[in-house]
Write a protein that binds this ligand. Sequence first.
Ligand SMILES: Cc1cc2nc3c(=O)[nH]c(=O)nc-3n(C[C@H](O)[C@H](O)[C@H](O)COP(=O)(O)OP(=O)(O)OC[C@H]3O[C@@H](n4cnc5c(N)ncnc54)[C@H](O)[C@@H]3O)c2cc1C
Length: 547
Amino acid sequence: MQLRKNNLERLENERFDALIVGGGINGAVSAASLAARGLKVGLIDARDFAGFTSQHSSNLVWGGIKYMEGYEFGLVSGLCRSRNELLRSFPSTVKEIRFLMTINKQFRFHPWVILASTWLYWLLGRGRTRIPRLLSLRQIKRLEPLINTFISTAGIEYSDAFLHDNDARFVFNFVRSAMDRGCAAANYVESTGAARTQDGGWKIAARDQVGGREFSIETRVLINACGAFVDAHNRLSGIETEHRHLFSKGIHLIVPRISETHRVLAFFADDERLFFAIPMANRTCIGTTDTQVDDPVTRVSDDDRDFVLSNINARLDLASPLSRQDIIAERCGVRPLAVRRAQAGAGDVQQLSRRHVIEIDVDRRHVSIFGGKLTDCLNVGAEISDAVSKLGLGPGRVAGKWYGEPGAAERKSYYARASALGLDDIVAGDTGEALSVRLWRRYAGNAQAMLDAIERDPSLREPLIENAGIRRCEIDYLANNEMIVKLEDYLRRRSKIELLLPRSVLRQSAGLFEACEKLFGDEAKQRFDEYFDGETAAANNTSFGSE
Ligand SMILES: Cc1cc2nc3c(=O)[nH]c(=O)nc-3n(C[C@H](O)[C@H](O)[C@H](O)COP(=O)(O)OP(=O)(O)OC[C@H]3O[C@@H](n4cnc5c(N)ncnc54)[C@H](O)[C@@H]3O)c2cc1C
């Protein structure tokens, strides 16, 4: 908590070149790219970092094959470029994965048309991934015996990528890298509106959601990265834009692992949209839906659950169909979709573009980020860097990268050290992953801190939370460096434990309370009880300046 306290003090007392409101993926990459340019950057989020839409994605890093149906080749090409760069720059986190797409009889396109599309998709992806191929029903059955081929006509196998850990962890690592370069970031700080200052900058009215204190933050440029709340925040700051957001709700259900083959199973649902069964450690994440809503704060409804369960059950030959009792965890978020204001009701959200739009108000030194995808994050970071240059904050992009895992030399020295400490031999039972690999994937260069801890005390290699894969060496690092304010920040976003273990099991886990003591000190019991009493979950569904 000392880190947050220090950053709050800095937010209140320093004057920033750029203040970013909103710490989802768009705000996090903005902070990382600007901090890497040596600018003085502040970042606040009313919830935890990635506490809204960016924790509810499908975890896919992909070019969006389905957007080709709307002829959005420019968007798909840009997303593929970003996907490829993410694969190159984050080789431990962003992984190529095969998709097995099954095509139902009577589907609106012939399998040959879909095969041709996957080839075009592969070409738009500059041939970076393994090539697509057409599969007969017999080949599908051989690759994935679970698929109900009785209703299918053929299959296609092609490649895309996914986030091995989870979206929120991916976002936090950008926040961490921004902080490593001097950014003053704080979660649970809401902006209640911003006003111009006499010298042409901004003064933001901020409220610390933890302590309740109100204070102001001064900045030369204001960047609105509030995701679904961009319009609401612009209204609070007197900013008018050409674009606005519409919202599309999407849900995922997490169930016990349905297949041992490490593939994404892709189907066309009853509404003819692509939906997926995606591997998530020893679980499967199934979704998603795409329904227009007016309020960005949403919950999973029984209709949503039944839609996902009935579609997956119809397409798989499971020993017993999945039911609500099989659901371990749920994810529910809204996609903020950018539309022109003039575009009135804007029609069917499923047909709306997923592109991002960055609107710059040069006179007011203000930037708004609309729409986008996690996959688009490198493009957004680079464009924000260009945008602030237009607003007078120094030269354009700096040479070199503002993102990515450390280079080969650092990686090699880490692995040599980890191996000498025996971490290659400690292997997770559920995923078969060595501890050395897991620590590097999650913490990259900062994993050296855990090796230091193990060197001092070898018992820190032991598990801390039963069934959750967390080792004792991680907890001090987490407490000091990852700004964990509530237990949910840790269980849901810095890790994905909450998605893998039912709450009843988690509550009984030996070591969880001990982890709370390390993370929260005297407040351990309060944080533990608030999590299990459901208060944290309720607070995270509170709308801040909702539409
Ligand atoms: C179901 C679903 C599946 C998806 N799947 C994928 C996928 O597989 N791949 C992919 O690339 N993309 C996917 N996306 C899209 C992607 O998740 C979103 O585009 C992205 O997460 C949006 O990020 P953001 O930063 O704009 O918004 P957010 O993540 O919502 O961040 C905005 C932040 O602003 C904060 N905020 C709001 N108001 C204030 C205020 N007044 N003061 C301070 N902070 C404030 C919020 O608390 C929030 O944390 C999916 C989206 C959904 C809903």
